[in-house]
Design a protein around this ligand. Sequence first.
Ligand SMILES: *[C@@H]1O[C@H](CO)[C@@H](O)[C@H](O)[C@H]1NC(C)=O
Length: 212
Amino acid sequence: MKIPSSSHIHMLSYLVVLLLLPLISFSADPDSLQDFCVADQSASSISVNGFPCKPASEVTSDDFFFDGLSKVGDTSNIFGSNVTGGNVLTFPALNTLGISMNRVDFAPGGVNPPHSHPRATESGVVIEGKLLVGFVTTGNMFVIPRGLVHSQKNVGVGKALVIAAFNSQLPGAVVLPFTLFASTPSIPDDVLTRAFQVEEKVVKSIKSKFSS
Ligand SMILES: *[C@@H]1O[C@H](CO)[C@@H](O)[C@H](O)[C@H]1NC(C)=O
């Protein structure tokens, strides 16, 4: 048998990489298999990837409308921001459709703490105010690639409002302050002191801010 030359091996591995690319490419929620599948959240005994469908005979036009994003969120909390989710949990018609949308209200100086969405890329538009999103935007759009840590801060004088769209019916949110300092069971202090290169009292102090 003829031994392939190194350039052949190189070409071969290049081809294998090309063939595998579609498999490892980032995709969002899977395609739906029917026109709609309004989530039946009460069918709690059935466990599937997503939610089971409400019987089509019980679906009404009202199922496809959601007024939650027209309501201003209450920003009187430690972060000075409020996320109102328009995802499959609040708007069951999104089930299997692979999209969702949030509104985020900011008090002056308010922060949406560092977080990531494990299942979605986010694009947002600043409807009102001035926001620091890695860069300062006013009335502009921004995009956060799936899974990347990001935060937003209202750097204007008044309130700020963002409408953000996601390519997942339930983007998920890993909110770092809570994940790192308020999980149950908690992350041991010595892990956090070493990770952040601070003294234990600093870790204890941060943890105390988030314990309810
Ligand atoms: C966000 O606003 C809603 C509506 O005012 C309120 O019910 C909710 O408790 C607020 N959430 C936080 C985290 O402040």
